[in-house]
Ligand binder design. Structure first.
Ligand SMILES: [Fe+2]
Ligand SMILES: [Fe+2]
Length: 177
């Protein structure tokens, strides 16, 4: 049985992952509207990944006979000043999530719930990657502020398709997407 404090903290995180997914949809739609298909595609993909994170947390609670709570999701930020702002917001969001997952790990550890602590480890590793990817992208969009095609070319070169399946990822409710 996961610790009660961990269950409620994980339920809150499910809402935040869904919020992150929602924010990335808004970013993808913004780039799509500017006919920047690679940037749009990258963020549509990120939105699915965040949803998947939420579903992994849902599955963890279901498997432990706990009740996952699917909350309302707040309105995402939209209407961006330029092509740089959405990536800056995304990087900030990923940093925030890293802190949130770290606190989640701390809640589990403090409660002596080492199984749940172990569950958080994959997400921490994932955050390291996401922050690195988003920092790189921020640098590239800053460079391509006046020439977004540079960013499109970078994404075509460096992120040609959806990420390969990670066999170490926790299972997601509803199956892998
Ligand atoms: Fe996430
Ligand atoms: Fe993320």
């Amino acid at each position: 049985m996961p610790a009660e404090q961990f269950v409620s903290a994980l339920n809150e995180q499910i809402g935040r992952e869904l919020g992150a997914s929602h924010q990335y949809v808004a970013v993808a739609v913004y780039y799509d509207g500017l006919t920047l298909p690679r940037l749009a595609g990258f963020f549509y993909g990120q939105a699915l990944e965040e949803r998947d994170h939420a579903m992994m947390m849902v599955k963890y609670l279901l498997d432990a006979d706990e009740t996952p709570v699917i909350p309302a999701v707040g309105e995402p930020t939209a209407g961006f000043a330029d092509i740089v702002e959405p990536v800056a917001i995304a990087l900030e969001q990923e940093r925030r999530v890293t802190d949130q997952i770290s606190s989640l790990a701390a809640v589990a550890r403090d409660a002596g719930d080492y199984v749940s602590e172990q569950f958080t480890q994959w997400f921490l590793k994932e955050q390291v990657e996401e922050i690195a990817t988003m920092s790189d992208l921020l640098r590239v969009v800053e460079r391509g502020r006046d020439n977004p095609l540079l960013v499109e070319e970078y994404l075509a070169r460096e992120h040609p398709a959806a990420e390969a399946d990670d066999p170490t990822a926790p299972p997601a409710a509803g199956g892998a997407i």
